[in-house]
Design a protein around this ligand. Structure first.
Ligand SMILES: CCCCCCCCCCCCC/C=C/C(=O)SCCNC(=O)CCNC(=O)[C@H](O)C(C)(C)COP(=O)(O)OP(=O)(O)OC[C@H]1O[C@@H](n2cnc3c(N)ncnc32)[C@H](O)[C@@H]1OP(=O)(O)O
Length: 277
């Protein structure tokens, strides 16, 4: 069961309720006046997406949906990184059961995030490679601080971004740009990402980032919510249905590939390179 611990109630002009999932991997703050939720990933040092973080995100998204959240900002407690993407240790020499459970939770979390009826904005306050970029792309709007990197870099690691990761990118930056970016496993600076439309706005610093995120939500929350969400989900339904109808095949793709000696070798070299940095 999703147990939430109420940590603090601030009686300021805009009352804010702070919650922490029992794991503390996700900090959830809800503004009592506006209902806007801030979901802050909190798995130091780089918010790598392991099973536990994905599960905490999933539970938080279910809670927000049940409570008819009007808008959500996704951000990170790390100073350097929004999310370093999938936790490489989840894919390095896992058991079959562990790998299956991990991939299935990744699917669950993405389906929930991509299909929220309420508006979502990624306040990207740090690097956002691979699975981190997927999270950002799953929100409706992306705002990023300068001088950070974002993109689907899987090819550079000797692995392949799954079809639904690729579809998310194609939906945002178009066929040609996505093809070039995915083949190269290209990481974009914040400024380059703005130029190709991978992010929508740049912010000067964290404060400006959060202000811009709230401004976006204010605008969206002024629209009739049902009409807004029908249009949103209509745009996303093909991408969603492809995964929802092909979940088992997607898990099989992951299991078939992740245990390939070449993939394991690439992962091992990459993990070692990161540790030596
Ligand atoms: C032959 C092919 C056939 C087909 C194959 C198909 C395969 C299909 C299956 C696979 C599909 C999977 C899709 C994958 C998606 C992903 O998301 S993979 C993850 C990609 N992520 C990255 O490349 C990011 C790697 N990290 C970084 O670049 C940097 O860490 C950073 C994010 C830019 C932050 O830099 P900095 O602040 O300098 O921190 P660091 O010192 O580098 O790191 C701190 C510690 O964190 C560890 N770490 C970093 N990233 C990860 C990670 N993703 N997972 C686990 N751990 C990570 C890093 O090792 C450091 O650890 P310590 O040294 O122990 O402190």
């Amino acid at each position: 069961m999703f147990v939430l611990r109420q940590c603090l109630t601030l009686g300021t002009k805009s009352s804010i309720r702070n919650f922490s999932a029992t794991t503390n991997l996700v900090n959830l703050t809800i503004n009592e006046d506006t209902g806007v939720a801030i979901m802050e990933l909190n798995k130091p040092p780089v918010n790598s997406l392991n099973y536990e973080l994905l599960e905490a995100m999933h539970r938080t998204l279910v809670k927000l949906e049940n409570e008819k959240c009007p808008g959500m900002i996704l951000t990170s407690s790390s100073r350097s990184t929004f999310s370093a993407g999938l936790d490489l240790l989840e894919m390095y020499k896992p058991t079959v059961d562990k790998a299956r459970r991990f991939w299935s939770m990744l699917q669950n979390t993405w389906i929930k995030l991509y299909s929220t009826p309420y508006p979502t904005v990624a306040a990207i306050n740090g690097h956002s490679p691979a699975g981190g970029c997927l999270l950002a792309m799953s929100c409706e709007h992306r705002i990023m601080v300068p001088d950070k990197m974002i993109g689907l870099n899987e090819t550079q690691l000797g692995i392949v971004a799954p079809q639904w990761f690729q579809d998310c990118m194609r939906n945002i930056i178009g066929e040609r740009q996505a093809e070039k970016a995915l083949i190269a496993g290209r990481m974009f600076t914040s400024e380059e990402a703005l130029k190709i439309g991978l992010v929508d706005e740049l912010a000067t610093d964290k404060e400006d980032l959060m202000q811009k995120a709230h401004d976006f939500l204010d605008e969206q929350m002024g629209l009739p919510p049902l009409a807004r969400s029908v249009v949103k989900v209509g745009f996303r339904k093909d991408t969603l249905s492809k995964l929802i109808n092909g979940r088992e095949a997607d898990i099989k793709m992951f299991l078939d590939n992740v245990f390939q000696p070449k993939v394991q070798e690439s992962l091992e070299n990459y993990i070692q390179m990161l540790k030596k940095k």
